[in-house]
Write a protein of this length. Structure first.
Length: 169
C-alpha cells in the first residue's frame, strides 16, 4: 500500500490500493467525510489521505497531534503485540467523540489491528474496517478467477459489483 505506484508499475496485473477499495465501500453507503484512525504514517502521509481526496473526493478527518500520538502508541505498543486493553478502547472512542463534531459521517479503521479494538458495534456511524474490505474483495476475486472453484451459498452477494472479467483472462 505504501508503495502502490512502484509495485503497480513493476507488474502486469492490477494491484488493489486499500484507499480505493475503502472509498468504493464508503460511496456505496453514501459516506464522504470519515474519521481516519491508523498509524501516524497512515494519518499523515498522502498515500492514504491524498488518494482518498484526489481520486475519490473524500476528505478524511484525523486526530490532532496528541490524538495521533495516542492512537499510534496504542497500535504499536499494544495491538501489534496482541494486547487489547479497555483503556486503549476508551482512548480510541474518546478520539472518535472529539472528531464527530467536525462533520464526520463514518470511520475508517485504517490499520490491520484497529478492528481488534473497535468496530461497528462501538460507534453510531458506519465503520469501515479496511482489513475486512480488502480480504472480502480478495476472496471474491479468488472465487471468480478460479474456474475450478464453485461459488456456493452466498454467490449473489459475492457477484454484486464483481468485475466483468478476471485480470489477464
Amino acid at each position: 500500500m505504501h508503495k502502490h505506484g512502484e509495485v503497480q508499475s513493476a507488474v502486469h496485473v492490477p494491484v488493489l490500493h486499500i484507499a480505493d477499495v475503502t472509498a468504493v465501500a464508503m460511496k456505496q453507503k453514501g459516506c464522504a467525510h470519515p474519521i481516519l484512525l491508523g498509524t501516524r504514517y497512515t494519518m499523515e502521509q498522502p498515500f492514504y489521505l491524498g488518494r482518498l481526496a484526489k481520486a475519490h473526493g473524500i476528505q478524511a478527518i484525523v486526530p490532532d497531534e496528541a490524538g495521533k500520538t495516542a492512537v499510534h502508541r496504542i497500535i504499536y505498543e499494544g495491538l501489534c503485540r496482541g494486547i487489547i486493553k479497555p483503556e486503549s478502547k476508551a482512548v480510541f472512542l474518546a478520539e472518535i467523540d472529539k472528531l464527530l463534531p467536525q462533520g464526520a459521517d463514518s470511520i475508517i479503521l485504517g490499520c490491520t489491528e484497529v478492528g481488534m479494538l473497535v468496530g461497528q458495534q462501538d460507534v453510531g456511524i458506519p465503520a469501515f474496517d479496511t482489513t475486512e474490505i480488502l480480504a472480502s474483495i480478495r476472496l471474491m476475486l479468488r472465487k471468480l478467477c478460479n474456474p475450478a472453484q464453485t461459488l456456493r451459498t452466498d454467490s449473489k452477494a459475492l457477484l454484486a459489483g464483481a468485475p466483468s472479467r478476471c485480470p489477464n483472462k
